[in-house]
Design a protein around this ligand. Structure first.
Ligand code: OAD
Length: 245
């Protein structure tokens, strides 16, 4: 695929870049997205049955086991060339912030370091009562397992619908979006707030908006550059064209 030469020039001159990723960047690692027709998780399950505090209270075993099955599937996934290209991009830029909606930890495993996990991380577990992260618990077959300190139910440390995002993560993400010169929106349908507003915060402050997504999204008409290609294909070419090694 062709990378617009003007985008290459802009990136070479850029000092501060912010990137927002969604499930699409992990699609080529075999991790299902949410809203892709047929293959998306929300086309097979109802989010309100699995990804809300009410769903968990109604059927904690079902919710715990669904997340455990996603964790299991994730253990087989590897970072793909899209993740790796973003990790390389970070090394070429004095200011680089990777804001992800994904809970799969693949950016960290690919080598990205300045990562903001807006929606938490599937590998972490916390107490439903106290909200504290729990590293170890008694595995006596009770599902969901219980908090060692208060006996409350344990839950995945991910943001559910209707819940607030981790305030610090959101603050850092908003600031990075407002201070960057180039903002990438990669592999996200851009329909879930407040993440979906970040590119608009960036654009309002004069940032160049680049979207990488095979499909059209609500952001596409507002993007300065729209690369209609899979992230695993477009990003390595973009990094090579810009900082070619
Ligand atoms: P979605 O499933 O809504 O959107 C995935 C996007 O990735 C779509 O626009 C696809 O076109 C695109 N896509 C698919 N394959 C791609 C590829 N190889 N390269 C690039 N793009 C590709 O997932 P998100 O936008 O991440 O939150 O969803 C946002 C949030 O909604 C998630 O964090 C999750 C979900 O419910 C919670 O559960 C709280």
């Amino acid at each position: 695929m062709e990378i617009p030469p003007h985008l290459v020039d802009i990136l070479r001159k850029a000092r501060r870049v912010a990137v927002l990723t969604g499930a699409g960047v992990s699609a080529e690692s075999g991790v299902p997205t949410f809203r892709d027709t047929l293959t998306g998780l929300w086309s097979q399950y109802r989010p309100e049955d699995l990804a809300t505090p009410q769903a968990f209270l109604k059927d904690p075993r079902k919710v715990w086991e669904w997340y455990a099955s996603r964790r299991e599937r994730l253990s087989l996934a590897q970072p793909n060339p899209g993740h790796l290209a973003l990790a390389e991009m970070e090394g070429h830029l004095p200011g680089f912030t990777l804001i992800t909606q994904n809970v799969d930890g693949l950016h960290w495993r690919a080598g990205s370091r300045n990562v903001i996990e807006l929606h938490g991380n599937l590998a972490r577990v916390k107490c439903f009562q106290e909200g504290t992260v729990v590293e170890q618990w008694l595995d006596d077959g009770t599902i969901p397992p219980r908090c060692p300190s208060c006996g409350g139910m344990l839950r995945p440390d991910v943001v559910w619908f209707g819940e607030k995002l981790p305030p610090e993560a959101l603050q850092h993400a908003t600031r990075a979006s407002q201070e960057c010169q180039v903002f990438f929106s990669i592999g996200t349908s851009g329909v879930v707030e407040p993440a979906a507003s970040l590119p608009y915060w960036a654009s309002e402050r004069g940032a160049v908006i680049v979207e990488v997504n095979p499909e059209h999204t609500p952001l596409t008409p507002h993007a300065d550059f729209a690369l209609h290609a899979p992230a695993g294909e477009a990003l390595p070419i973009l990094v090579k064209r810009t900082w070619g090694l």
